[in-house]
Write a protein of this length. Structure first.
Length: 398
């Protein structure tokens, strides 16, 4: 509260006191503080966790690394998970100025993790903000399932960070806690977060993984203005994409799919640049996607203005190798599915294993797609409807 407002409150209190009306003074809330944490001792993880435990809601925890060389970022080396309490901001001085590295052989389940995930509670944590730092999973010396950033906090903001060389997912949004405790969906959800301006590279799992096997908990997030490359599985894998916005992403060189999304419901996928998905050497039978959505009935999903280029070298002839689909509506969970697919540009390399647009209702009652204004070039199967009773309204273009 500004000083002038305090003066007015005090004046009002004096006036009431003069009339004999009792006045109860309201306590002034403690101001949030900047808490600096200096790495470089014998146990950086303990130093950071102790500072977090001593902080209060609203505080900004600024992590300062140990200087290595004039032309290299400052470093913190951790051998325990950093547990992020809610209602706090965690940051370095810049993405290129602070590197948090996993110690050799630590094999942590997560480098940074929300407190309710670590404490195995049946609810999501309060919002956190993580920004302006790099996480290095040290994958060459840690081979057992390390997630870079484990999120189980609603309303969170993740921005201007780099995560590299984790043995599992770079970022995971997780309904199950560390011991598998699920969020009580009847009382709590994990919604309304934003991940933006991040660079995720070289993960042993997905770039972003949404683990919500029961569904209905992790919805309505935004993932935008970011880069995901060289993931060993897919750029984004989601059990639950309901209400999500995925926009302005550059996804390239990922071994399986680019966007592999389940439970699409009012989902928006727009303005992304996807290149060379399914970038792996294999002769195994597999189905790989630029954009894949399994629809839920009801709210319409929109897929618009994406660029999907797959110029992989070589030719794999079905059925001995993978099948590549640039955009696939890969079934409806039940009832009637609705989608709009418009203004997308798809370019292939002409090999027989490529499909441009693929629409299939599977177990759903119906699938209605407005598919229009899409450019599909150098792809042997530009548009496929399976089965043919799926309703596809085709305008100018496919």
């Amino acid at each position: 509260m500004h000083k002038s407002a305090l003066t007015l409150v005090s004046a009002a209190a004096l006036a009431l006191a003069a009339t004999g009306i009792a006045v109860i003074a309201q306590p002034t809330p403690a101001a949030a503080a900047r808490k600096e944490v200096q790495c470089g001792g014998t146990d950086d993880a303990a130093t950071i966790n102790n500072a977090i435990n001593a902080s209060k809601a609203g505080d900004e925890i600024v992590i300062l690394g140990r200087s290595v060389a004039a032309d290299e970022p400052a470093v913190c080396v951790i051998n325990k998970t950093i547990v992020l309490r809610g209602d706090r901001t965690y940051r370095g001085d810049s993405r290129t100025g602070l590197r948090i590295e996993q110690a050799d052989g630590a094999n942590l389940p997560a480098m940074l993790a929300s407190d309710t995930w670590d404490a195995n509670q049946a609810y999501s944590g309060n919002p956190i903000r993580v920004e302006r730092l790099t996480l290095d999973g040290n994958r060459a010396k840690n081979t057992t399932g390390t997630v870079g950033l484990m999120l189980r906090s609603w309303g969170s903001r993740i921005s201007d960070i780099q995560i590299e060389e984790t043995s599992s997912d770079a970022i995971r949004l997780s309904n199950p806690s560390k011991n598998g405790t699920a969020i009580d969906a009847g009382a709590n959800t994990m919604v309304n977060g934003v991940i933006s301006d991040v660079y995720l590279t070289g993960s042993g799992g997905a770039g972003v993984k949404v683990l919500d096997p029961s569904g209905g908990v992790i919805t309505d997030w935004t993932f935008t203005r970011s880069w995901v490359r060289d993931s060993r599985t897919s750029a984004v894998e989601s059990d639950n994409a309901a209400g999500w916005l995925l926009s302005d992403l550059h996804l390239y060189g990922n071994a399986n799919s680019a966007l592999d999304l389940n439970r699409c419901f009012g989902t928006s996928i727009q303005g992304n640049y996807i290149e060379d998905f399914g970038y792996r050497d294999t002769t195994e039978k597999a189905w790989l996607y630029g954009i894949r959505c399994v629809l839920q009935p009801g709210a319409t999903t929109t897929i618009s203005n994406n660029k999907i280029h797959n110029f992989r070298d070589g030719d794999k002839t079905p059925p001995t190798g993978p099948f590549y689909y640039s955009i696939a509506l890969d079934g409806v969970t039940s009832g009637d599915g609705n989608a709009v697919v418009t203004g997308n540009a798809i370019l292939g390399n002409g090999t027989a294993d490529q499909t441009g647009l693929h629409y299939e209702k599977k177990s759903g009652a119906s699938l209605t797609v407005t598919s229009t204004g899409n450019l599909v070039r150098n792809v042997p199967k530009p548009l496929v409807k399976v089965p043919n009773d799926a309703t596809v309204q085709v305008g100018a273009g496919l």
